[in-house]
Each structure stands twice: as structure tokens, then as C-alpha cells.
Design a protein around this ligand. Structure first.
Ligand code: NAD
Length: 526
């Protein structure tokens, strides 16, 4: 790893107080005093600002305002809504530097990884702005009786969607699920993570500048367990992204209230490198897949299975690339990996590696904190010799750490890739892409990328992106990513004759005719 700049003295600056004040004014606050929570920059450990510690009264107020605003919002045309989001899209691209700085200040990720958030947010916003009307338009359905019953299916908004998001993709996760919810005519109340609230507020502020009525998208900041639980107690639908542990709590609350919820949770994502893979391409893919955002991505690769015939070559190149990555704090595009985001996350990563090494794992690259770069830096780390009794074998690490295992046969690789309680993302490398796509269907994960680590499925926003097993329920993106924010209504108009026995007709005659009709219909190809 190339040690580059120290966090201090590298021109990192800090957000302007006027901007933070403006962003704080976007928060819904009930009257009365509020405590504040300091937000620290992972690069330096210095406080960059403070956000109000919201209360249940604030959340209640945001919900009331959202409910009141939703009625008018749901009556806007799709075209009017789309214009606002396309305007937001343009402003986002124009003013990306502001939010890139903010994302970096709050998460400590490298700018190239912050830019992924801008790009993805623009792509998803454009997709739903253009496609929502088609996905939600009323559809004709076959009626109870041909010609006599005219049946249509309508999609209506659920009401107010509660959006709970983590700190790792603060722009992207605050916006890309909100846009389909809003395009469907819902209001949204967002509870961002304490660490990254300013980025979320920047996005909400920009949406308001693009014309979104303020109360249609409310934000309350503060303690996660307090406000998250209060939101799940009041919303008409909960869109949750975060850990599997918290996801279960949210699902329990939703079940109790008989409301819908969508859960995007953790992963322990495998990559399989087959014997015929292009080794250089697979090494590049592994670097992106394991170390983007310092491994703090739900779809990050944490396990690599390499065919034994190429394992030595792959490992030598991969470890060398990992050791050579430019890691450091910088608000330009010069760094290839940034810092971890929080002390808790850093300790968790360190515990996983220390435990593995103590039990016999071999460190081929990294394996250490780097306080010389900043308080929360950890080296890109490649391990071999990882076994079942080590914590990182099966637990999500959520950091720049990957274990590499050789395998002898494809069936073994698939079995080991599937031997996890998670099922979010997987990656297969091979020159035979048709075979790779076939093999993908044997992997029990919601997303499988062939010759990519995660970006191909994630970026295919017309297709659903979600997790199986303990990685979640439902999906974002595509039709499913907007239909889940709606309720279905069937309207059937009956003409000329009733569905049951017509008035004055003998029931026995009716039954005989209907039986004949059923037999006839059975013969007709519908
Ligand atoms: P977390 O579950 O601790 O927190 C997520 C959010 O839930 C935060 O906003 C938090 O304040 C809030 N929260 C905390 N307690 C709550 C409660 N009792 N009720 C409701 N909300 C509550 O997750 P984290 O550690 O901040 O985030 C990292 C995790 O998120 C990782 O496991 C990662 O894989 C996962 N993640 C998944 C996706 C995905 O799309 N599948 C995307 C990003 C992150």
C-alpha cells in the first residue's frame, strides 16, 4: 500500500457553517429545545458540525405534515412529478462537487467511490422519472364473464413511506428509494444515520430547490433506535436498509401493524474465479469488489474462490495490487481507497482480522490500522488459510478484508459460495460467458454478476436488486422497486346480467348452463 498524505494538512478543509445551517433548516423540528450530536470527519476525527437530536414529537410532526401534503401530491400528474425529479437530476450533476465533498467529509470514502453515488442517484432518478407512469398505469384484466364484466387494476400510493438508511451510501440510499415512492404519489419521511445526515439533507434540500413541496419529503435526524422504531410505528410502509439484526426488528414491527416493508440487509458475498478466467480482469474486478468504499458496501466481495490451477497466479497479482493501492485522505480523485467511517466499524474489522490471524490465517496484504493516514484507516487486506472457526469465515466484516480459497471443481465452488446465511450478491469470472450465466442460476443470491463484481447488476436499474435468505425481503430497482410502494385495487363493472343466478331463472338450469360453459371454455385456448 502506498502511504500518501496525512489527514491533516492535506487541504481537507471543512463544510462552510452557512451551508450546514441551511441544511439543518431542512429538518422537521417541533418547538422546544433540542440537544445536538456532533458529527466527526472520519479523515481527521475533527467535528464538522452538529445535528439536532430529534425527538418522537419531531417525528410525529413530520408524519402529520407528510400526511397532509400527500393528498395534494398524489393528485399531481406523473409529468409534473417527473419534471421535478429530472430537474433534480440536472442540478445534482451540476453541483456534484458540493455533495462529493460532503460525502467524503461524512464517510471518509475516496472521491471515486463518492462519485459512484452521484452517478447511481442520477441513473435511478432518471429511470423512475421516465418509467413510473408506464409501470403504474391502470391495466385491463380478464373479467369474471367475457364481455359482461369489464375489469381494471389500479395502483394507488400506500400513503407515507418511512425510509430508514445507513451511513455507507448516504446520498444514494436517501434518494434512490425515495424517488420511486414519491413518483408513485406517496409522501416520505426519512431518518438518515446520525453520521451522514448532512449528505441526506443536502439531497432533500436540492429536491426542494427542484420544486418538491417541502412537506412531501420530511427528514428527522437523531438516535436510530428511538426514531427508527417510532417511524416504523407510524408509517404506512417501511423501506429499510441496514443490518440484518435491525432489519428483523423492523420486520417484527411491520408484521404487528400489518403494513408492508422492504428490507435491504447484509451480505457475505462470494466471487468464483473459474479455471478459464482472464486472471488480470478477475484481479481488477476483485480490487473493485473488495475495496470500493473501503469494503463498506453491502454487495462487497468478502470471499473469493479461485480454481486451484490459477490460484497461485491470481493470489500473487491480487495481493500485489492490494498492497499497491493508493490509500489516503484527499478531496480529489487521486486516492484509490479512503478511510473507514466509524470507530465501531474499525474495531469490528480489526477484531475479525486479529481473530483469524490468531487462529492461523495468513496475511498476504494489509492487516493493520494506519493511524498515520488518519484515525480510521485500515489497509486493504488479503487473507488465506481462513477456516470455519474464524469469525470472518461466515460473519459480514463490512471492511476492506477478503479471504481467498482455492477450489478443485465447480460443484465444490458453488456449494461453498452457497454455504452462507446471506444471499445478496455474487460474482463469477470466466471466458465462457454462456456457461457463467448458467452457473449463476445455481447461486442462491439475488444478484449474480458475470465478469463484474457488483456494478453490472446494481447498475441494471430496470431489473430488481434485492437479497435472498437473511440478506433481505423484496427488492429495489425495476418494476418491483416502485410497485411495492403501491396498493392494488381491482374495479369490475358488470353489464347486462349479474354474475350469479339471474333474477327469475331456476338455479338448477343456471348450474347446468354454467357447467356447459365451463366445459366449453376449457376447450378454448385463452
Ligand atoms: P444498522 O442496522 O445499525 O442501521 C441502519 C439504520 O437503522 C440506521 O439509520 C440506524 O440509525 C437505524 N436503526 C437503528 N436501530 C433501529 C431500530 N431499532 N429500528 C429502526 N431503525 C433503527 O446498520 P449499519 O451498521 O448502520 O449499516 C451497515 C449494514 O447495512 C451492513 O450490514 C450492510 O450490509 C447493510 N447495508 C445493506 C444494503 C443493501 O442494499 N442490502 C445497503 C447498504 C448497507
Amino acid at each position: 500500500m502506498q502511504a500518501t498524505s496525512k489527514a491533516e494538512g492535506s487541504g481537507l478543509g471543512c463544510p462552510a457553517a452557512a451551508m450546514l445551517d441551511r441544511l439543518s433548516s431542512q429538518i422537521t423540528l417541533a418547538s422546544g429545545p433540542h440537544e445536538t450530536i456532533a458529527v466527526r470527519a472520519p479523515y481527521t476525527g475533527a467535528a464538522i458540525g452538529a445535528i439536532p437530536a430529534g425527538t418522537v414529537a419531531d417525528l410525529e410532526l413530520a408524519m402529520q405534515r407528510a400526511r397532509a401534503a400527500q393528498a395534494a401530491w398524489s393528485k399531481c400528474t406523473f409529468a409534473a412529478r417527473a419534471e421535478i425529479f429530472l430537474g433534480f437530476h440536472d442540478l445534482l450533476l451540476e453541483r456534484q462537487d458540493e455533495v462529493l465533498d460532503l460525502i467524503q467529509w461524512e464517510t471518509g470514502k475516496a472521491r471515486r467511490h463518492a462519485f459512484e453515488e452521484v452517478l447511481d442517484t442520477a441513473i435511478v432518478t432518471r429511470y423512475y422519472a421516465r418509467r413510473a407512469e408506464g409501470l403504474l398505469r391502470p391495466r385491463r384484466r380478464k373479467g369474471a364473464f367475457p364481455l359482461l364484466t369489464r375489469t381494471r387494476e389500479f395502483k394507488s400510493p400506500v400513503g407515507v413511506v418511512g425510509l430508514i438508511v445507513p451511513w455507507n451510501y448516504p446520498l444514494n440510499l436517501a434518494v434512490t428509494d425515495a424517488v420511486p415512492a414519491l413518483m408513485a404519489g406517496n409522501a416520505v419521511v426519512l431518518k438518515p444515520d446520525v453520521q451522514t445526515s448532512f449528505t441526506a439533507l443536502w439531497a432533500v434540500d436540492l429536491l426542494r430547490q427542484a420544486g418538491l413541496p417541502p412537506d412531501v419529503f420530511g427528514v428527522v435526524t437523531g438516535d436510530g433506535p428511538l426514531l427508527g422504531a417510532a417511524l416504523a410505528d407510524r408509517a404506512d410502509y417501511v423501506m429499510f436498509t441496514g443490518s440484518t439484526r435491525t432489519g428483523r426488528l423492523v420486520a417484527r414491527q411491520a408484521a404487528e401493524r400489518l403494513i408492508g416493508c422492504s428490507l435491504e440487509l447484509g451480505g457475505k458475498n462470494p466471487m468464483i474465479v473459474l479455471a478459464d478466467a482472464d486472471v488480470d480482469a478477475a484481479v481488477y474486478g476483485a480490487i473493485q469488489g473488495c475495496f470500493a468504499s473501503a469494503g463498506q458496501v453491502c454487495v462487497s466481495i468478502e470471499r473469493i474462490y479461485v480454481h486451484q490451477s490459477i490460484a497461485e497466479r491470481f493470489l500473487a497479482k491480487f495481493a500485489e495490487r492490494a498492497r499497491g493501492l493508493k490509500v489516503g485522505a484527499s478531496l480529489d480523485y487521486s486516492m484509490e481507497m479512503g478511510s473507514l467511517t466509524g470507530e465501531r466499524q474499525l474495531r469490528h474489522v480489526e477484531e475479525h482480522v486479529t481473530d483469524a490471524v490468531a487462529k492461523g490465517a495468513v496475511v498476504l496484504a494489509g492487516g493493520r490500522r494506519r493511524p498515520d493516514l488518519g484515525p480510521l484507516f485500515y489497509e486493504p487486506t488479503v487473507l488465506t488459510g481462513v477456516t470455519g472457526e474464524m469469525r470472518l469465515y461466515a460473519e459480514e466484516t463490512f471492511g476492506p478484508v477478503v479471504a481467498v480459497y482455492p477450489f478443485a471443481g465447480e460443484a465444490e465452488a458453488v456449494e461453498r459460495a452457497n454455504a452462507t446465511r446471506y444471499g445478496l450478491n455474487a460474482s463469477i469470472w470466466t471466458r465462457d460467458t454462456a456457461h457463467g450465466a448458467e452457473l449463476a442460476q445455481e447461486i442462491r443470491a439475488g444478484n449474480v454478476n458475470v465478469n463484474e463484481s457488483y456494478a453490472a447488476t446494481w447498475g441494471s436499474v430496470d431489473a430488481p436488486c434485492g437479497g435472498r435468505k437473511e440478506s433481505g425481503m423484496r427488492a429495489r430497482h425495476g418494476a418491483e422497486g416502485i410497485l411495492k410502494f403501491t396498493e392494488t385495487q381491482t374495479v369490475a363493472v358488470q353489464r347486462l346480467a349479474p354474475v350469479g343466478v339471474p333474477d327469475g331463472m331456476d338455479a338448477k338450469v343456471y348450474a347446468r348452463w354454467m357447467t356447459r360453459l365451463m366445459k366449453l371454455l376449457r376447450r378454448i385456448r385463452e
